[in-house]
Design a protein around this ligand. Structure first.
Ligand code: UDP
Ligand code: MG
Length: 311
């Protein structure tokens, strides 16, 4: 009996890419001794993505789809794929062909060697804009320094998970899962493969700088409470520093030195005002997360699917 490999592909406005990525995967699997299936997760696309996928699934009996009721975001799309894939292993990759399916045979070799998680590390892409590259590097630095996990720069959501890892993952019900970190945190036997990213086949990136900053803040705050400690330490050191100022104030009082401190007063107020807002914001993020989690809403809603055990 051949093993089944499920490939899950989140797609948001990727109509032009659907057939292209499927054809690439097909070429790869034509030479491999595995059964395979592709599950597209349409993340509330506004273009023809779902119709293209439906047409493709009529032509090929190993193509499935999950259509979200609206845009829930890339991470939840991957999560939905994991929750619904039944392969002996599950490979997730992007729809835009930036994650080359040609790497899959290498991943499968490592999997057969006994690794439970085969993740990929993207080599720096010189064609990407400087802004994208530096925000991406900053992202990993920030996440690593502010949380308790070590992410290698360039780990994307392109990975192979063994069935037992997927089963563990199904019990995770975080409202906004941060998959890269969660996977690292899980443990198991992990192996990283390097690859150089291809250019996006069609369309444009759905991750703006704003979304990247959000992902970074989210990544840090979903993994540790270190930022809260940072707030305390920063507050402490500021208070200690301000103690140094007291002797000067007393000296100035007794020696009747004219205090013409408008500029410095305003500076101090603005600086500490900003600092306090940042710290309040950090606390707010944690409170917000608790709020979202306590509501216990479903993390994503499926509008339609052709998978058998779904209605
Ligand atoms: N994506 C998604 N929902 C979103 C944004 C993106 O499902 O809200 C998908 C997108 O279709 C693609 C993958 O996530 O398959 C990665 O997105 P993108 O290529 O835009 O990100 P980048 O490669 O620029 O980081
Ligand atoms: Mg991309």
């Amino acid at each position: 009996m051949r093993k089944l490999v499920s490939i899950i592909i989140p797609a948001y406005n990727e109509a032009e890419n659907v057939r292209h990525i499927f054809d690439k995967i097909k070429v790869v699997f034509d030479t491999l001794p595995y059964n395979w299936e592709v599950i597209f997760i349409d993340d509330g696309s506004k273009d023809e993505t779902i119709n293209t996928v439906m047409a493709l699934s009529k032509e090929n009996n190993n193509v499935y789809f999950l259509e979200f009721s609206k845009n829930f975001g890339h991470q939840l799309a991957v999560k939905a794929g994991l929750d619904n894939a039944y392969g002996d292993c599950v490979v997730s990759l992007d729809c835009d062909a930036q994650h080359p399916p040609e790497i899959i045979p290498d991943m499968l070799v490592k999997w057969e060697e006994g690794y439970d998680i085969v993740y990929t590390i993207r080599e720096e892409d010189k064609r990407l804009s400087k802004a994208k590259r530096s925000t991406s590097n900053l992202f990993y630095k920030l996440v690593n320094s502010l949380s308790d996990i070590e992410l290698e720069a360039g780990t994307a959501d392109f990975r192979l998970l063994d069935r037992k890892v997927v089963n563990v993952f199904r019990n995770f019900h975080e409202t906004e899962p941060f998959l890269r970190g969660l996977i690292k945190w899980l443990g198991f036997k992990q192996h990283g493969i390097h690859y150089s990213p291809a250019e996006r086949f069609a369309g444009s990136s759905k991750y703006s700088v704003k979304k990247m900053i959000h992902l970074a803040l989210h990544g840090v705050t979903s993994f540790s409470i270190k930022p809260l400690y940072t707030a305390v330490y920063l507050g402490l050191s500021m208070s200690l520093l301000s103690l140094l100022y007291i002797p000067y104030v007393i000296y100035a009082f007794y020696s009747h030195i004219e205090v013409s401190g408008w500029a410095s007063t305003i500076m101090t107020i603005v600086f500490f005002g900003g600092l306090q807002l940042i710290m309040l914001g950090i606390i707010g993020i944690y409170v917000g997360k608790m709020f979202m989690q306590t509501k216990n809403r479903p993390n994503y809603i499926i509008r339609s699917t052709n998978l058998k055990d779904q209605s």
